[in-house]
Design a protein around this ligand. Structure first.
Ligand SMILES: Nc1ncnc2c1ncn2[C@@H]1O[C@H](COP(=O)(O)OP(=O)(O)OP(=O)(O)O)[C@@H](O)[C@H]1O
Ligand SMILES: [Mg+2]
Length: 383
């Protein structure tokens, strides 16, 4: 490049500086935008998390009642810039410090109840239950017959009970009976556990109960099995703490649902408890669980029956006399009898045998009896 070219083509010094200035100004603007973006990002990181709540009711002058997931309720302000009008059951975000509602995240979706309860088509036949002949007959009458032949009841003009309450010691076959009733009527079996309803789903118990009954109607014929019903339906002297109020709400919803469905419909209720002594009498009023069935520990014949059921697939030595073994198992529950059979099988396995002998059973009876006594002792120590 010659020196003449430089004088003709290159801009003046001022022009050059001017251009450079514009470049810097542009870069400056870009950096400012970037900085603002980063500051926003940083603010977002620093922002305390927002609480998710549900609107219970709305009031004039931008106020509403919200319920947090833990069940606590607050009367709060709604940010005035929130243009959408809030309604009960809307889900909203609430600022932690001021508890102001600052954003609506939409209507609360239909509660997906199937995530929280066991829904199945069980496969337990009546003949897999030992003893309990009268109790099985009663269940057939109260649950099976109305589901299978509702017209019979219409003709005679009587209403079958909506539900039955099974009570008795642990491991006596209450769950088994409920499942067998579902199997024989080809009903969907929806199992909920009272204590889980109020412990696992704090603040949601009542809603869950509502959704469970909705689901039962959709999947009918259905049997709703409420295990440990005493944990939601126990008599309470006072409802002081929020936990107690929550249990109370869940219980009220349960009563409302039971009252709300027709006795001749295709949804039936079975509840179970080990603690009938503490149940609130509201649950057993006519039209609710008005049929109470005691499930006893088996008598001698019952024990033999249950032993037969649980040894059906086992290879027993000639010397095994179930009648004799049963005599040593007085007062054992069905669950303990089953445990004895499993344990006897283990004694054979440890000895490298496929055939289970009467000695295996004798050792197993002692082992289970000792284990059960230990368990009871532990429970006493725990208070
Ligand atoms: N009458 C019975 N006949 C045959 N097996 C039984 C009987 N009772 C109990 N069992 C056995 O014991 C197991 C536990 O019984 P189940 O769960 O029905 O007892 P439960 O009364 O519901 O006890 P819980 O009160 O602890 O819930 C059953 O799965 C079954 O193997
Ligand atoms: Mg049970």
């Amino acid at each position: 490049m010659g020196s003449d070219d430089i004088t003709v083509e290159s801009p003046t010094y001022e022009h050059e500086v001017e251009e450079e200035k514009i470049d810097y100004q542009e870069e400056n603007i870009l950096l400012k935008v970037k900085m603002a973006e980063m500051r926003n990002e940083l603010m977002r990181y620093k922002m305390p998390p927002l609480l998710v709540a549900e609107v219970i009711d709305t009031y004039p002058e931008n106020c509403c009642m919200v319920r947090l997931k833990n069940g606590n309720e607050f009367y709060v302000n709604v940010d005035t810039s929130l243009d959408k009008r809030l309604k009960a059951s809307d889900e909203v975000l609430v600022e932690q410090k001021s508890l102001t509602v600052i954003q609506k995240i939409g209507k609360k979706k239909h509660f997906d109840v199937s995530k929280y309860v066991i829904v199945e088509k069980p496969n337990i036949k009546w003949n897999q239950i030992g003893g309990l002949k009268d109790e099985i007959e009663e269940l057939k009458e109260v649950i099976e017959l109305p589901l299978k032949k509702p017209e019979l009841f219409k003709k005679i003009g009587i209403e079958p009970p909506k539900g039955v309450l099974l009570y008795g010691h642990p491991g006596t076959g209450k769950t088994l009976l409920a499942k067998a009733a579902a199997t024989s009527t080809n009903a969907t079996f929806i199992e909920i556990v009272g204590s889980e309803l109020v412990q696992k789903f704090i603040g949601q118990g009542a809603k869950l109960v509502k959704s469970i009954f909705e689901m039962a109607r959709e999947k009918a014929p259905a049997i709703i099995f409420i295990d440990e019903i005493d944990s939601i339906a126990a008599t309470r002297m006072d409802v002081g703490t929020s936990g107690e109020r929550e249990v109370q709400r869940t219980f009220m919803q349960l009563l409302a649902e039971i009252d709300g469905f027709a006795p001749l419909g295709d949804v039936k209720l079975i509840a179970a408890t080990n603690r009938i002594d503490i149940l609130d009498s509201a649950i057993t009023r006519p039209g609710r669980f008005d049929r109470l069935v005691f499930i006893p520990t088996p008598d001698h014949k019952g024990i033999v029956d249950i032993l037969k059921i649980h040894t059906k697939k086992m290879k027993l030595a000639e010397d095994v006399n179930l009648n004799k073994i049963a005599k040593k198992m007085k007062d054992m529950s069905g669950a303990e009898i089953r445990a004895v059979c499993v344990e006897a099988g283990y004694f054979a396995i440890r000895d490298d045998r496929f055939i289970v002998t009467s000695k295996d059973f004798n050792k197993a009876v002692v082992k289970i009896a000792v284990e059960e006594t230990e368990k009871k002792k532990d429970l006493t120590y725990m208070g």
